[in-house]
Design a binder for this molecule. Structure first.
Ligand code: R5P
Length: 290
């Protein structure tokens, strides 16, 4: 029987994956000390067989990262093959040196996971494929787009159109539109590398008038990208706006800001558990493991 270690940040998702794989589910317990250190304890035994570790790296990012590394390292003491599933890979946006002197933290993560003994990495909708090349072990990026598109097929929409808030997400929106069965467009966005502020560069857009829109993105952090896109699209007199994203971090009051801008509903997956994570991606992960 294979082993599956459920990291603290992905307990429910890990349970679902484990059930489907009929694995030996081993939970982990985490105690965070007042100084911020995590003390991680496995609550079960691991056999010599293959082990899967499931741990998302969402906030508190550094704490969840050290837990993931600790679990992989512990698993490697028993098992030769340790498949590391990181449903949401924090730091994935730090995959290049945007400004001189910046540390490409993805490069560091690549070394760390290999160093502690991961034999394979599976992530979901990584920000960009560039991030994967830093893992010098077998790695795979699976997509939640078909799962999200399936969910939206159940909602009655008026002449729907899929929209990417930026050119970087064009292929994702194209795939969503293909699975969902509609057309798609991609806006142009710029981000100030120092302040992080975003601006929509696209001007006038007749084709969104009176239509229900689905904004498709890989992730929502501060909500800045979705708010700017929504404000622009509302000015173009679209009908309702829905958001489909894989990873809803929704930091601080992001959800409130997005709703205030005019978004009717945000739908995300359980790579990050929360109020909006209506779409389960355990089947997609299981397929990748098999
Ligand atoms: C950017 O290129 C990404 O695809 C997301 O649009 C972005 O990271 C979301 O961040 P925020 O919600 O802070 O704008």
């Amino acid at each position: 029987m294979i082993n599956l270690i459920a990291g603290n940040s992905s307990e429910d998702l890990a349970k679902k994956i484990s059930k489907k794989l009929k694995a030996n589910l081993v939970k982990s317990e985490v105690r965070v000390f007042p100084d911020g250190e995590s003390k991680i304890t496995l609550k079960g035994k691991i056999s010599k067989n293959k082990t899967i570790v499931v741990q998302s790296i969402y906030p508190p990012v550094d704490s969840n990262l050290i837990q993931a590394l600790g679990l992989v390292s512990k698993a490697k003491e028993y098992s030769n093959e340790v498949i590391t599933v990181i449903p949401y890979l924090g730091y994935a946006r730090q995959d290049r040196e945007f400004l001189p002197g910046e540390i490409v933290t993805m490069k560091v993560l690549g070394k760390l996971f290999k160093g502690v003994g991961a034999s394979e990495i599976i992530v979901v909708d990584i920000h960009s494929d560039i991030g994967l090349k830093f893992f010098k072990i077998k790695s795979e990026n699976v997509t939640a787009v078909p799962d999200l598109a399936k969910y939206f097929k159940k909602i009655k929409l008026k002449n729907p159109l899929v929209v990417s808030p930026d050119q970087g997400g064009k292929e994702r929106a194209k795939e969503f539109a293909k699975q969902f069965g509609s057309e798609f467009i991609a806006l142009s966005k710029t981000r100030d590398r120092k302040s992080g502020k975003v601006k929509i560069k696209t001007t006038g857009l007749d084709e969104v008038k009176g239509r229900d829109l689905i904004l498709v993105d890989d992730m929502i952090s501060t909500g800045g990208s979705i708010v700017k896109a929504t404000e622009f699209l509302k000015k173009q007199k679209c009908n309702r706006i829905f958001v489909a994203c894989t990873h809803a971090l929704l930091m601080n009051d992001a959800e409130k800001k997005i709703r205030k801008a005019g978004v009717s509903k945000i739908i995300s997956t359980n790579t990050i558990p929360g109020k909006t994570s209506m779409v389960d991606i355990s089947n997609t992960i299981v397929k990748a493991i098999r």
